[in-house]
Design a protein around this ligand. Sequence first.
Ligand SMILES: NC(=O)c1ccc[n+]([C@@H]2O[C@H](COP(=O)([O-])OP(=O)(O)OC[C@H]3O[C@@H](n4cnc5c(N)ncnc54)[C@H](O)[C@@H]3O)[C@@H](O)[C@H]2O)c1
Length: 432
Amino acid sequence: MKISVIGSGYVGLVTATCFADLGHQVVCMDNQEDKIEKINKGLTPIYEENLDELIKKNISKGSLNFSLVNGDIIEKSEAVFIAVGTPMDANGNTDLEILKTCIKDIKVHLEKGIEKVLVIKSTVPVGTCDEIKLMFNNDKQTKVDIVSNPEFLREGSAIQDFMCPDRIVIGSDNQKSIKILKNIYNKLADLGYKIIYTNTKSAELAKYAANSFLAMKVSFINEISDLCETTGADIDEVKNIIGSDKRIGEKFLQPGPGYGGSCFPKDLSSLVNLAKSNDNRIEIVEQVIASNDYRKSKLANRITSKLNQGRVSNITILGVSFKAGTDDIRDSPAIQIIKKLIRDDIKLVVHDPMALANFNESYPNIKTISSLLKAIEGADILVVLTEWPEFANISLSRLSELMRGNKIFDFRNIFSKDVMIKNGFDYECLGR
Ligand SMILES: NC(=O)c1ccc[n+]([C@@H]2O[C@H](COP(=O)([O-])OP(=O)(O)OC[C@H]3O[C@@H](n4cnc5c(N)ncnc54)[C@H](O)[C@@H]3O)[C@@H](O)[C@H]2O)c1
């Protein structure tokens, strides 16, 4: 089928590439000329495992192309997926300006009497699909239908998540549109992946509810981990016991520096505001947001409280992406902790295997070092903030040779506590 995807970011690029790999004829579009130029030169603008290879494979097969937003391509597509950003505005609501501008940009190509399915992949508040439909309804010639198809992929395992989804959600009550979406996802359905059909509102709300629930698990385990530290219990044992309960599940029970990224913070805030504007309160999510904010200050204070009075400390930060496997630093807990560590008695150096380009662009005044070993050299204190596997694989003897001090804050629990202590490190981790 002929598909176009508008927005060539983390979701759009993966969606377009995976659809092409599933046998469709796909054009992925963006309004940023430099981004499209870069991709057409063979340079993938984001880091996501296997994405680069899969893009190249499908470009050479002729099933994947990239273009600036183009009316002819939109007119010829059987479905147009929208995957533009829906960031948070200053009041904590979802800012739909980018999405609405995108719809206005393409509207002229959709109002020619041709039937067209517009599929909203971006995360949008309940009622947005209806609102978008109204943008077209004034013109009697228009036969545009709006479907909600929220995306649940995770950065770091995006291709795997897209190709082997826990479920695909199709929100629509239009049988023609449902048939088109069914055909698009046909191969995945044949492989046994579940498609859930619902209305647009339930699809829209389910995405926010899912992200809020996952964030709640993260904050819950972080608080239990703190309790382990003050009671002498061990978080690894506790999470194993509670995670073995199928009603709870083992995922998202890893203590860390708090959730971050481009989705959870904005989506939780949007859900809280949506509830308020519907005369409801979703206090549990309000508390999750507060708990997550507090977590970052608490961990930063844990570091500063251990500094040598009257002496400048060299601190090396390992990891700035919001999680391993991505170069995305948007709302990364590492950044918020780093910001709290900027003061006169701290000399800070930051290393990350993939995210330094993004970090340097946003924080040009903070020193970064691209070599892991060079970044560690001379450190009094090492702080692990992202769980990149290469950090856990550092030789401990080399680590101790390179560091000036021996203090390690492992806020991702990547090392074994016993081994670190045996090797002479003054080691602090979470909940053990
Ligand atoms: N990143 C994730 O892990 C993830 C997962 C699930 C859902 N989502 C949701 O998917 C949506 C996209 O997220 P993302 O992380 O891919 O965003 P992103 O910022 O990485 O990508 C958005 C892209 O859209 C482009 N764009 C903006 N306006 C445009 C226009 N008018 N025409 C064409 N292109 C335009 C931008 O240039 C950018 O390349 C958001 O709603 C997000 O909440 C994200």
